[in-house]
Design a binder for this molecule. Structure first.
Ligand code: LUZ
Ligand code: MOS
Length: 756
């Protein structure tokens, strides 16, 4: 049965009517308390004294909780147990939670917070990765991926260039801030409604902090108002705090951060300070590449080690380099623990090699895309981590983009424009991408689906997938609708709940639809086989002649009288199960950390973007004229949803590279703490045109219905924006020396335009 490709995101209907439910929309019980977090007003220091008396005395304040009220472990670290839920004697970042104020209303809790007096004795504050490296302050041991012999290869290069880069952090700015609602059930059980990408992480951590068994905690997620990685790990503390208060008070507790609190208390994309050395032959082949990545991890590990690893996986982007040595250091600083953000360290790695290529091109006097093109990955090339590249689409995407969009004509246009305009200059850049799909931590690549067919033929599906606007629920529904051949109206996707689907990986790594979709497919096919058996007995024909189509049983392509609903009744009368629980684990993948070699990715996603920009050389401002993309969707199972992912990711990538500027002062206080001081792309700053053409390929077997993962890869097209702007600056100022310091804000552009 043909898959319906054009179905709308299911959530669009309730979104449009304002009916979609988020944590803040949950009907709260009578007597529910509201909580506000009291956090550190210093980035590093020893707590000398805290006076809660005035706050506690405020009318309407129920209780203030600190680490002393934790019955289990004061520990929320996932990969490394280095992060307390509440500070004990020291604070390690500005915004670090110290206490939870629980009151009759959020307003009262906020008033109470202002009455708390704290004395902190200052300790030295580290805000940058370089400072941390100098002081030997690290999260864990460094990691190195290597291939070939760079030392020898550099001696054979005709050109060798070295340089440094910086890419700043990025605020997730999910529209729905972090939050949770905890309610007591009977027997000390607690239900948490959380805005999390990782329900199991919340359940596990809550159990650990409360010192209870995991089965006492139920976590439920309806949907998120955006996550982008910010709720992979960092939705947990707020959920656990609400549960802690519920545990003690036996009453429901709601904790939702306001925007200021969220911006101050949560981590962001990791800033990276990196250095590179690139060596090329006369014919522009990259023979050797070395890089050292200093990751600003913040005050605790969070997901930093995994993110650091992905930086190494993507350090050579879409290129084959025969001699590679890349090292990453997770540097411990006094910033909020930085965390997952769409791309997960990959974009930071790719920015460095793109910078190295731009640097080489500038010095040699060729255009960067000459070097990019010559070095694109080919079939059977080896990645530095040992995986052999298969079904490589790097050249296919590149060449398609060049021909579909007529790159010569585009370049001519830019040249002509620049020749004829002195106050405005255009720049163009190409950006190829290659992104590995799978959690790099192999054991995380699994999911389950629980599918019920009810007596009336309607279907309910539970999986581990968290809907956060990416449309995964719609894709899961499409899968079931296709297997059963019933209308989507007969299918419901249930909330994500740890009592129905347990021990789940977070919805992350672009893999949610692949993992949960494959589990759903497996469950639905098992049910279909059972239904066919019942139909074959009922109609007295052998199973291979039977098909389910348009809500009827077909025999040898002829419609029978047996309808879907009748078949379900008959199946039930025969006492055959109408429920299936399927488990899917990605085959083929493995990785050996002791050798830093293996086959960690199910497949890679490719694509190429061409970005053109116009810089206003009086003001230093810029606009993006057009971004033209050829993207490798595989065989897209939902073109509207996938296109939405590409366009959204592109805007987010451009924002990161050009305008979003996180600023902490030397004391570690967040200065860009509101949307007046932190600029994100809006309708006026996104590209005037975005054209996207799907790359023609046969898709990949390990992708759901051959439809490749689409969440993260297109963010990295945005890296091209940085280089397009620099090319425009160069067209205005021939003395301009390239700099690799992102974001390239209008201030930096202006300096570049007029620096001698
Ligand atoms: N999260 C994670 C991720 O835990 N592991 C990953 O490999 C990953 N990759 C991308 C985004 N989130
Ligand atoms: Mo993520 S960066 O939560 O896929």
């Amino acid at each position: 049965v043909a898959l319906k490709l054009s179905i709308k995101n299911l959530d669009s209907y309730t979104h449009l009517r304002g009916e979609s439910l988020y944590v803040d929309d949950v009907n709260i019980r009578q007597g529910t308390f509201h909580a506000v977090v009291f956090d550190a007003p210093k980035a590093h220091g020893t707590i000398k004294h805290i006076d809660y008396s005035k706050a506690e005395a405020l009318d309407g304040v129920e209780r203030i909780f600190t680490y002393k009220d934790i019955p289990g472990k004061n520990q929320i670290g996932g990969i490394i147990p280095d992060e307390p839920l509440f500070a004990e004697n020291e604070v390690h970042f500005w915004g670090m939670p110290i206490a939870l104020i629980v009151a009759e209303s959020e307003f009262i809790a906020r008033q109470a917070r202002a009455l708390i007096k704290i004395e902190i004795e200052d300790l030295p504050v580290i805000t940058t990765a370089k400072q941390a490296k100098t002081k030997g302050s690290f999260i864990n041991a460094p990691r190195t991926f290597s291939l070939g012999d760079t030392e020898k290869a550099f001696t054979e290069c005709d050109y060798v260039f070295e340089g440094e880069t910086f890419s700043n952090g990025q605020e997730h700015l999910y529209i729905e801030a972090q939050g949770a609602y905890a309610e007591p059930l009977e027997n000390g059980n607690i239900k948490i409604t959380s805005s999390t990408q990782g329900p199991t992480a919340v359940q596990k951590t809550a159990a650990q902090v409360l010192g209870v068994a995991m089965h006492k905690i139920e976590v439920d997620v309806t949907r998120l108002g955006g996550g982008f990685g910010g709720k992979e790990d960092q939705a947990t503390p707020w959920a656990v705090m609400a549960a802690l208060a519920t545990f003690h008070l036996n009453q429901s507790v709601k904790l939702i951060l306001n925007r200021h609190d969220d911006l101050r208390m949560t981590g962001k994309r990791h800033p990276y300070e990196s250095s590179y050395k690139i060596g090329l032959s006369k014919d522009l082949k990259i023979l050797a590449y070395e890089a050292e990545f200093l990751q600003n991890s913040g005050a605790a590990a969070d997901l930093s080690p995994a993110i650091a690893e992905r930086t190494l996986f993507h350090a050579t982007n879409s290129y084959f380099v025969p001699n590679v040595s890349t090292t990453v250091l997770s540097c411990k600083t006094n910033l909020p623990p930085n965390t997952a953000f769409r791309g997960f360290g990959g974009p930071q790695g790719m920015f460095v090699i793109e910078s190295a290529i731009a640097h080489a091109a500038y010095e040699i006097g060729v255009s960067a895309h000459k070097i990019q093109e010559i070095n694109l990955l080919r079939e059977n090339d080896t990645f530095s981590y040992g995986q052999i590249a298969k079904q490589v689409e790097a050249k296919n995407a590149w060449n398609s983009a060049k021909s579909i969009y007529n790159i010569e004509a585009l370049e001519k246009e830019v040249e002509n424009f620049n020749a004829n305009n002195s106050n405005f200059k255009k720049g163009i850049a190409l950006m190829p991408i290659c992104f590995g799909i799978s959690f790099t931590n192999t054991p995380m690549n699994h999911a389950r689906a629980l599918v019920h067919i009810y007596l009336d033929g309607s279907v309910g599906i539970s999986t581990a997938a968290v809907e956060m606007g990416q449309g995964v629920n719609t894709k899961i529904m499409q899968i079931a609708a296709q297997v059963f051949s019933i209308p989507i109206e007969n299918i419901k996707i249930e909330t994500t709940n740890t009592t129905r689907v347990a021990n789940t990986s977070p919805s992350a790594a672009s893999s949610t639809a692949d993992l949960n979709g494959k589990a759903t497919l497996k469950a639905c096919r098992a049910l279909l086989d059972r239904l066919k058996k019942v139909a074959s007995e009922d109609l007295n024909v052998s199973e291979e002649h039977i098909e389910l189509k348009d809500e009827f049983v077909y025999v040898n392509n002829k419609k029978s009288d047996l309808s879907w609903t009748e078949l379900i009744s008959k199946t039930m009368l025969k006492r055959v199960a109408l429920t299936e629980n399927a488990h899917y684990a990605t085959p083929e993948i493995h990785f050996d950390k002791s050798k830093e070699k293996g086959h960690p990715f199910a497949y890679h996603v490719y694509g190429t973007a061409i970005i053109t920009t116009t810089v206003d050389c009086t003001r230093g401002t810029y606009e993006f004229d057009a971004v033209k993309i050829v993207h490798d969707y595989g065989k897209s199972m939902n073109k509207a949803i996938d296109l939405g992912q590409v366009e959204g990711a592109l805007a987010q990538g451009i924002g990161w590279m050009t305008m979003e500027e996180i600023a902490y002062n030397d004391e570690g206080r967040l200065l860009s703490n509101a949307l007046s001081t932190y600029k994100v792309p809006d309708i006026f700053s996104v590209p005037k045109t975005v054209e996207t053409v799907p790359l023609e390929t046969k898709g990949h077997e390990l992708a759901i219905l051959k439809s490749k993962a689409v969440g993260e890869p297109p963010l990295m097209y945005g890296i091209g924006a940085y280089f397009a702007i620099q090319n425009a600056i160069k067209a205005f100022n021939p003395n301009y020396k390239l700099k690799f310091h992102a974001p390239i804000t209008p201030e930096k552009v202006l300096m570049g335009l007029y620096k001698k």
